[in-house]
Design a binder for this molecule. Structure first.
Ligand code: TXA
Ligand code: MG
Length: 357
């Protein structure tokens, strides 16, 4: 695996990126930065290229890929038609961290869509990504560039850990901006629906559409049951999983700190390695274990940005148990809590105040 470095993201070296683009054109695999997380790119119109992605990630092949484009004109050939809701959302949020699901055209192979008649499309807001896509001259299928089941990569080093030796090239553009994957909105049906929360929030999308947009019920209902299957096939897997067993602790700040300290102490005494996820405000109240702050509680952007890096760090530290504070579900918090809840395998400890009558 070759690694190329982009020194100046606003003026990337086109000679270097042309080499990367040629690999993509020829059906190879190139990991590259986007504003959300690093993607593992391949030619979206070549069935064999998509197969290579599944192999490198160790990902089930019924899990469809997002096609990345560099300009809005590149959308039309990939889809049957562009519904009104899709048009409004594109105009408001592209390029940006929003993926839209449309009815697919015949141009898009089933190998890319995991056998579905719909295709997910996104136009990233990252100059390196869009230059690379433009130079390759084809839409680029790109899942997050992690081994399936591991937290998504937010730096080229994360990609390297998972993909060295398995893909042709890594384009190193430094740390990403946002840190959680794009919002996915399905506009292929009667009513638009959010299939995965992200930096384009429910409020932002509702405002543009002039109506309240709903979340896929499977996102809210938690553990995947037989009757509520998520509409984004990828959401059914225990994604974003750290190697340790992660428990989210919910309740009043003071109770949460006391409980996490107690649980951590118990596990440490049993000889386990324990990690704690906290905030700048609470850090000083934790005593033992690997203590990692996600940033200031009120700064959702910072928390989203640090989330996957912290989870990966605990993997590297070989933590057996992780205890995490929980966060607000407002705005970007919806995406943060969605990823954390899934990383925890829906293992949430709710601390109830004892009723004093
Ligand atoms: O921010 C992102 O979206 C990143 C960067 C690299 O662009 N990509 C990403 O891809 O997160 P991935 O493959 O890790 O997640 C794609 C999600 C999966 O949950 C998948 O099931 C869903 O999108 N998806 C793809 N095509 C779909 C379709 N036609 N219908 C419903 N869900 C779809
Ligand atoms: Mg992923």
């Amino acid at each position: 695996t070759e690694r190329i470095y982009i020194e100046d993201k606003e003026h990337p070296d086109e000679v270097l990126l042309k080499r990367a683009a040629q690999i993509l054109k020829d059906g190879g695999l190139v990991a590259f930065p986007t504003e959300t997380v690093y993607g593992l790119g391949a030619n979206a119109l070549k069935e064999e290229a998509a197969k290579k992605i599944y192999a490198a990630k160790g990902r089930p092949s019924d899990n469809p890929l997002i096609a990345h484009i560099a300009a809005t004109e590149d959308l039309a050939p990939l889809v049957l038609h562009i519904p009104e809701a899709g048009r409004k959302l594109m105009e408001a949020f592209w390029p940006g961290p929003l993926t839209l699901v449309f009815q697919k055209s015949d141009l898009v192979p089933y190998g890319t869509t995991g056998g579905l008649d719909t295709v997910a499309v996104r136009m990233p807001d990252d100059f390196v990504a869009s230059t690379l896509i433009r130079l390759s001259g084809v839409p680029i299928a790109a899942p997050s560039a992690n081994t399936s089941g591991r937290p998504s990569p937010t730096t080229a080093d994360h990609v390297w850990q998972d993909m060295n030796g398995k893909i042709d090239m890594v384009v190193d553009g430094g740390a990403v901006g946002i840190g959680v994957e794009s919002t996915i909105i399905d506009v292929s049906g009667e009513e638009p629906m959010i299939l995965r929360p992200g930096a384009i929030t429910q409020e932002m999308a509702s405002k543009v559409l002039g109506q309240e947009i709903c979340l896929d019920p499977a996102i809210i209902s938690g553990p995947i049951s037989e009757d509520v299957k998520p509409k984004a096939p990828g959401m059914k897997y225990r994604h974003y999983a750290p190697k340790a067993s992660l428990t989210l602790v919910e309740g009043d700040a003071e109770d949460v700190i006391t409980t996490i300290n107690r649980l951590a102490k118990e596990k440490l005494e049993e000889g386990f390695r324990v990690g704690i996820i906290c905030t700048e405000e609470s850090r000083e109240y934790y005593q033992e274990g690997f203590i990692r702050s996600m940033g200031e509680r009120a700064k959702e952007e910072t928390i989203a940005h640090n989330l996957y890096g912290v989870l990966r760090e605990f993997d590297d530290l070989e933590a057996d148990y992780i205890y995490s504070e929980s966060f607000s579900k407002d705005h970007l918090g919806q995406a943060i809590m969605n990823r954390l809840t899934k990383a925890a395998g829906y293992h949430i400890l709710k601390i109830q105040k004892e009723e004093t009558v």
